[in-house]
Write a protein of this length. Structure first.
Length: 129
């Protein structure tokens, strides 16, 4: 499923979202995140010690909420997540470029490995205006 043009604009212009995953007891876990949107998927960088990593491994159903300043308009996305643990450098670099205009450090790939970084890749199944 693809976003509407208005939703696409919000997704491309905003930098922050809230990721909802499910804890082992079924209660929601909300995490503010930075993301990149590439080829119809949301890329989220995290580390293996974070709750969102553990939650997605257990249950891939997730939601994202991207809100413009002032609260309207917003985009909610429901979808399935998968974890990428090896091929993460380009996706993580795109997230970093979205967050800052600063150049990436020369040892960027090494830092990712040291931090235990992974990518959560969300494939949208539904966009809600």
């Amino acid at each position: 499923m693809a976003p509407t043009p208005e939703q696409e604009q919000i997704i491309q212009e905003e930098k922050l979202a809230v990721l909802a995953t499910l804890r082992s007891d079924g209660s929601p876990q909300l995490s503010p995140i930075n993301y990149a949107y590439q080829d119809g998927q949301f890329l989220i960088s995290t580390t293996r010690d974070r709750a969102k990593y553990k939650n997605v491994r257990r249950n891939p159903q997730v939601s994202l909420c991207i809100v413009r300043a002032g609260g309207r308009p917003y985009v909610m996305i429901s979808g399935r997540a998968r974890i990428e643990e090896t091929d993460i450098e380009e996706g993580t670099a795109q997230i970093a470029r979205n967050m800052s205009d600063q150049p990436l450090p020369e040892n960027f790939a090494e830092r990712l490995r040291e931090q235990g970084r992974i990518l959560i890749i969300v494939t949208p199944e539904r966009f809600v205006p």
